[in-house]
Design a protein around this ligand. Structure first.
Ligand code: AMP
Ligand code: MG
Length: 415
């Protein structure tokens, strides 16, 4: 395997992963804990909204026919028979010549077919009785929301796989979903490999760098909807690394490693994958950065062996790991969504493979413009900060000139 690596296209690599993507386990949780989780059940309206005839105004519930011919000069007098605060139910039917004082959101009494707002009435008292003088003709139905006018019972509201954001939470509460079924967050074990790596808390010293990939990946996992477990740094020693990785394959929903997949002398993942009893879906890609990115399956668990170069590691997660997590959360759109944009600055690097360049979007003269984010060497961590898209530079030629159209993939979309 060390020398027999066949490069495939990104789309082919994603297609090899796709058949193994399935919705994950579900669990029942309280609505109060549901922010950011993904629905595992379709949500339908359990009742009409409103489920009683509801007043849209503070005013008087009346029979519209009673106001025929009413004007400012010749108002119609209606006797006020009851007051209904919000949350109370009216007790008396409104008959001809009568009105019920009612607040916004309260139930409209039987007999009434419209609500006239306070501003169109005057209060009148005669012989100890209270009347309202209506100064305008009112049409039937005015300011009364009919039963089921907003939502009818049984209407499909939210499909499974939807992320619970503010609007979803409000709907779930409205329809009594005190507890609900969501997809369990996939657990992802993350290993950095490399004898040059230091734990973040240690002082730097010659030849050593701090492990930044694990924390970058942990953030990406969370953003995708999974639960990251950052594991220890593995040295470039096959046996030691192998044991840790196999332990994780048996406990986590998936495992990510970074580093050790190239053709260097100490690229241990290559050795582990050459002799394991799992499958390798691919181990070389026609793309930059991250051409040695390797994905395998051991029993039912994915092992994503991403490049050690931070830029390549980042891109590898977005293209190959994110869709698997998305699928386990029941999402329909699994891959990063492409869009067309104008390239804002020359990218004049020829390449045999498509290049995924970290970039930034902006809107200029009504057009979406994307610009490469600083120097795009795969080892430069700095250009990952602020990146909100991956610009796809096609292979061949001399790169792409400013002003030409390119395809880009949206990053950081939480939905
Ligand atoms: P490798 O893919 O193992 O050959 O790693 C390539 C380069 O990426 C290394 O020389 C490091 O500079 C860098 N690198 C590897 N792993 C990490 C990590 N966990 N955090 C930051 N940089 C890393
Ligand atoms: Mg290494």
């Amino acid at each position: 395997m060390r020398f027999g690596r066949t490069a495939i296209k990104v789309a082919e690599a994603q297609a090899r992963i796709a058949p193994f993507i399935h919705p994950g386990d579900t669990e029942q949780i309280a609505l109060a804990d549901s922010s950011g989780r993904y629905l595992a059940e379709d949500v339908t309206a359990t009742h009409d909204v409103p489920h009683f005839r509801r007043s849209g105004m503070d005013g008087f519930a009346i029979r519209a026919a009673d106001t025929r011919g009413a004007t400012r000069e010749r108002p119609v007098l209606l006797e006020v028979i009851e007051t209904v605060p919000c949350g109370d139910v009216p007790t008396t039917e409104v008959a001809t010549g009568q009105a019920t004082r009612i607040m916004t959101g309260a139930a409209v009494p039987e007999g009434a077919d419209a609500v006239v707002m306070f501003e169109m009435t005057d209060a009148v008292e005669r012989e100890g009785k209270v009347y309202t003088a209506v100064k305008k003709e009112i049409a039937p139905g005015d300011n009364v929301t009919a039963i089921g006018q907003e939502v009818q019972k049984g209407t499909m509201l939210l499909e499974k796989g939807r992320r619970i954001n503010a609007g979803e939470a409000a709907l779930l509460a409205t329809f009594g979903y005190d507890t609900l079924s969501v997809y369990r967050q996939p657990t992802v074990a993350i290993f950095a490999t490399g004898s040059e790596l230091l734990p973040v808390g240690e002082a730097i010293r010659p030849g050593k760098i701090r492990n930044s990939n694990s924390y970058m990946l942990a953030n990406q996992v969370e953003n995708a909807g999974g639960t990251p477990y950052v594991q220890q740094i593995l040295p470039d020693v096959v046996d030691e690394a192998e044991e840790a990785i196999f332990n994780a394959l048996q406990t986590a929903d998936m495992v990510i490693t970074t580093g050790g997949v190239s053709v260097g002398d100490y690229d241990i993942l290559v050795d582990i994958l050459a002799k394991w009893d799992g499958d390798v879906l691919f181990n070389k890609l026609m793309m930059r950065p991250g051409s040695p990115t390797t994905v395998g399956r051991w029993r039912d668990t994915f092992l994503f062996a991403l490049s050690g170069n931070p830029g390549a590691c980042f891109v590898g997660f977005e293209l190959f790991v994110r869709p698997v997590i998305a699928g386990m959360l029941g999402k329909r759109e699994r891959e990063l969504q492409p869009f067309t944009a104008i390239l804002g600055a020359d990218f004049r690097k020829p390449g045999a493979f498509p290049r995924y360049v970290r970039g930034k979007m902006s809107s200029e003269d009504g057009q979406v413009v994307v610009r490469p984010n600083g120097v795009d060497k795969s080892s430069i961590t700095v250009s990952i900060v602020d990146a909100d898209c991956l610009i796809v530079i096609p292979p061949g030629g001399q790169g792409v000139r400013a002003g030409e159209r390119v395809t880009a993939l949206k990053l950081n979309v939480v939905d």
